[in-house]
Design a protein around this ligand. Structure first.
Ligand SMILES: Nc1ncnc2c1ncn2[C@@H]1O[C@H](COP(=O)(O)OP(=O)(O)O)[C@@H](O)[C@H]1O
Ligand SMILES: [Mg+2]
Length: 426
């Protein structure tokens, strides 16, 4: 870069020009002299001087007009007015039009002018550096802004991508959940059907035994009659046998009919889910009967504490499914094998609600698990086939179908309490 300082002197007074020129050339400046404003402006354009010294009063274009052009075309080029008429008004005018400084002629000490020149050049350097710095900053800021913008767009794109990924996986999960809920319901029903078969086996078996005993007795009686060997005691014995067989048959068929009736009710209710008035206590007993095959292989006691003739207009299917799940959970999760537990189902009517407290005195639920008991898929028995849907179904039935609420309290080693309500006003 060319570091030689260039000075442009515009003055119609040749003595002034020469003396200044000599002085500054000695100081290392390359000096251009112009005798009027027009030449001065041209040289300013072609030479791009470091500093301009300009007279005010010249023939042709005046110093003030030169100042205007310089200010317009090279605002960062320092210009010092060197004028001889000594009127302060001119100085003020010149500075207000854009001159950087003002020096009076005659100049007695050129060192003073040099000081003034150095000052304006320094100021011009500062201004230029400042501008460059600011431009640099602006470019940097612009660059950063663009980077941020790009980053932002990228982020937005990624968020959108993730959101749609999440949406589709939520959809998959929901579908899977719906399927599992359905299969859990079917499994409950399947269990029920197996229970029915098992439970009915006993009375029907006893009935068959009684009937076949009766058949044998009748054949023997018939033989005695045909051979005309019948004694009074034979008749008496046959009568006693047939009376006892009829009694056994009647009791067991009645029991079987009762069971079928109960199972039918529970399974139909679970499936259809209609609303009707039930005797709450009787209904709980029916549910327990349907679970009897499962319960009787344990040593647990189930106590139902419910007022008689508590008539409730509700969804029996939901009640049945809730209690079945709660009881099955106690049997599966609360007790070790061979343990004997007490399960209490306490029912009260409280104004608009039926209040049910289901309590077992088993192992209880870990504090860290208790808040997840109703979450779908939460199970501590995944390895042995738990789906973690039972309590979620219970939760949905209570809160959606029965218009109630449910909560769970439990302490390790002390058992578990499920407390739920049924809105009977809805
Ligand atoms: N009566 C209970 N005693 C102890 N833990 C229970 C009881 N009921 C439920 N749980 C806990 O809650 C979890 C969720 O139950 P559930 O939703 O029915 O799923 P699953 O029975 O398939 O494990 C169980 O895995 C168990 O840890
Ligand atoms: Mg369960």
């Amino acid at each position: 870069m060319d570091t030689t300082r260039k000075m442009l002197i515009i003055d119609d007074d040749s003595i002034v020009r020469e003396s200044i020129s000599d002085f500054f050339e000695d100081s290392g400046y390359e000096v251009f002299q112009c005798i009027n404003g027009r030449d001065g402006i041209e040289t300013m354009r072609s030479e791009d001087p470091t500093v301009i010294l300009c007279d005010l009063h010249m023939p042709g274009i005046s110093g003030l007009e030169v100042i205007d052009v310089v200010k317009e075309e090279r605002p960062e080029m320092p210009l010092i007015v060197v004028s001889g008429n000594g009127v302060i008004k001119d100085a003020i005018e010149a500075v207000s039009r854009g001159a950087w400084n003002y020096v009076m002629k005659p100049i007695y000490d050129l060192a003073e002018l040099e000081l003034s020149v150095d000052m304006v050049i320094e100021k011009a350097d500062l201004i230029r550096n400042n501008r460059l710095y600011k431009e640099g900053l602006e470019i940097e800021v612009e660059k950063r802004t663009r980077e941020l913008f790009d980053l932002n767009q990228d982020l937005e794109k990624r968020v959108a991508e993730r959101t749609s990924e999440l949406e589709s996986s939520i959809k998959v999960i929901k579908e899977a959940q719906a399927k599992l809920v359905q299969s859990e319901k079917m499994a409950a029903l399947g269990g029920l059907v197996a229970g029915v078969a098992h439970e009915i086996n006993t009375p029907v078996g006893v009935g068959i035994t009684a009937a076949s005993h009766m058949e044998t007795a009748t054949k023997e009686f018939e033989k005695l009659f045909e051979e005309a060997q019948m004694k009074r005691s034979d008749l008496q014995s046959f009568l006693a046998t047939s009376k006892e067989a009829s009694r056994i048959l009647l009791t067991n068929l009645t029991r079987a009919a009762q069971l079928i009736q109960g199972f039918k009710q529970v399974s139909v209710d679970q499936n259809t889910g209609g609303k009707r008035v039930i005797d709450f206590k009787e209904y709980i007993d029916k549910i327990l009967m349907s679970l009897h095959p499962k319960i009787k292989v344990t040593k647990h006691n189930i106590l139902v504490d419910c007022p008689d003739k508590l008539m409730v207009d509700t969804f029996p299917g939901a009640i049945s499914q809730i209690l079945t799940n709660l009881i099955m959970n106690s049997l599966t999760h609360a007790y070790d094998e061979d343990e004997d537990g007490d399960i209490i189902i306490k029912v009260r009517e409280t104004g608009k609600f039926i209040d049910v407290e289901y309590h077992d005195d088993g192992k209880g639920i870990d504090e860290q698990h208790i808040n997840h008991v109703f979450d779908p898929f939460f199970t501590t028995k995944r390895a042995s086939g738990g789906t973690g849907l039972g309590m979620n179904i219970v939760y949905n039935l209570v809160t959606q179908k029965l218009g109630g609420q449910i909560n769970c309290e439990s302490f390790l080693g002390k058992g578990t309490l499920f407390h739920f309500t049924i809105d009977i006003d809805q």
